[in-house]
Unconditional design. Structure first.
Length: 103
């Protein structure tokens, strides 16, 4: 069984007991979160497609940890002008454990 769910503006294909990284969510480690923007549910026998969301469906998750991603370097340069700029960025992520998919 899997579902397509929107979490923090992004769509994820999730199944039970899967761990995913999403953009930073509010809450402490161990807190429970529920997302109700479920667009599709497949349970081996049938497929439910929402218009745009499946009514009454939800995905229950719990926060495993808060982490930071790898550093991304942004380098800007203009040729023959002596202009160089180096900037770094690390994105904050939350690791979620998918506990249940309610149809």
């Amino acid at each position: 069984m899997y579902a397509i769910v929107e979490i923090a503006g992004q769509q994820f294909k999730v199944s039970k007991d899967q761990k995913i990284f999403v953009h930073r969510q509010e809450g402490e480690a161990g807190a429970k979160l529920s997302f109700d923007k479920v667009y599709l549910i497949d349970d081996e026998s049938s497929v439910k497609v929402g218009t745009p969301v499946v009514e009454g469906a939800a995905v229950d998750t719990s926060i495993v940890s808060h982490v930071r991603g790898d550093k991304v370097l942004v380098f800007k340069k203009k040729r023959r002008k002596g202009y160089q700029k180096l900037n770094g960025h690390r994105q904050d992520f939350t690791q979620l454990l998918i506990e249940d998919i309610k149809a």
